[in-house]
Ligand binder design. Structure first.
Ligand SMILES: [Zn+2]
Length: 320
């Protein structure tokens, strides 16, 4: 089976033809072009049609051989799965994207999903979740996002508003979140939080190794500087990192209690901290979970390809 997947982001449009055989999922052709910021959505759809035609030509098959077209977008999709209500990075507001793509490809089913949810589906078919039925993907970058596969299907909730795990509240009355609420996981579980705490620490404690690692320039303090200093046992960095893991584990333990996943995978920049992060995180999740049963927490496998593969698999893993 050959299925087309699009991962539309604020900087680029990624497209791929995903070949789905019984025991393997791989990318047969792919394209990546800059996102045409400022152009109307019709221009985006024209580019998508061009990419599909190019990939068909590369594979020497007619476009009609593609069995489905899936589109992953970084935003909110309406309950029918047809309209992008808001995708701020794309400047898409109330865009009937599904219909516009369908008009370009008569007879080929078109499906649309949130990119984080699609990434979880990709891990299910081609990555860390292969062989599992219920699994949660958590991405730790400038925001906290993710998706869930529940009993082998992507979980989008009743109105396509699930699985906004970055906005579960881990601290009552806590720090203001970008969403307007206080104490969301996204206010604490990000690379941004680590960076901010690192900058605060070097102002208060100039002797911190964080400052040395930033070569004496507060502007160089990043999440990585803090993590690297914590790995070398700098007490200020260790304190920040421990608080980070504490917040993150509270959020993940809440998810584990609710959904009892077989496996959890982490992606995004902070997840590159490796076992230094995973080991204390696993322990705290067990401690904070109701049944105290260990859940495997592993790295996500697909990285940049997750959106394209997940979008291509939408026709298979029909929206719940
Ligand atoms: Zn929030």
């Amino acid at each position: 089976m050959l299925q087309v997947g699009f991962d539309i982001g604020g900087t680029s449009i990624k497209a791929g033809v995903v070949r789905d055989s019984r025991d393997k999922v791989d990318i047969a052709a792919s394209r990546r072009i800059p996102f045409p910021t400022g152009d109307p959505y019709g221009a985006v759809v024209d580019l998508m049609a061009k990419l599909v035609a190019e990939m068909a030509e590369e594979l020497k098959i007619p476009v009609s051989d593609f069995q489905s077209i899936g589109v992953a977008v970084p935003g909110t999709i309406d309950a029918t799965g047809e309209v992008v209500i808001n995708a701020h990075n794309l400047y898409f507001h109330d865009v009937p994207l599904k219909r516009a793509v369908e008009e370009k490809f008569p007879g080929i089913p078109v499906l649309m999903a949130n990119d984080a949810n699609a990434a979880a589906l990709a891990e299910y078919y081609a990555g860390a979740f292969r062989g599992y039925g219920t699994a949660i993907l958590i991405t730790l970058g400038t925001g906290v996002g993710g998706g869930m596969v529940l009993n082998g299907k992507m979980w989008n909730g009743a109105r396509n508003n699930g699985f906004e795990l970055g906005h579960i509240i881990v601290k009552h009355g806590g720090q203001l979140c970008t969403c307007g609420n206080r104490g969301c996981l996204e206010s604490y579980g990000t690379a941004t939080w680590l960076k901010q705490q690192g900058r605060k620490a070097v102002v208060e404690y100039p002797l911190s190794l964080i400052y040395k690692k930033a070569r004496g320039d507060i502007g160089n303090v990043s999440a990585k500087t803090v993590i690297d200093a914590a790995k070398e046992n700098d007490p200020f960095a260790v304190d920040i990192f421990n608080r980070y893991v504490d917040y993150l584990s509270s959020g993940i333990a809440s998810l584990a209690v609710l959904f009892d996943p077989e496996i959890i995978a982490l992606g995004g920049g902070v997840s590159l901290a490796g076992e230094f992060l995973y080991e204390p995180l696993r322990k705290l999740i067990v401690r904070k979970s109701f049944y105290h049963v260990p859940v495997p927490v592993v790295p996500a496998r697909l990285g940049n390809e997750a959106g394209v593969i997940g979008a291509a698999m939408l026709a298979k893993g029909q929206v719940s």
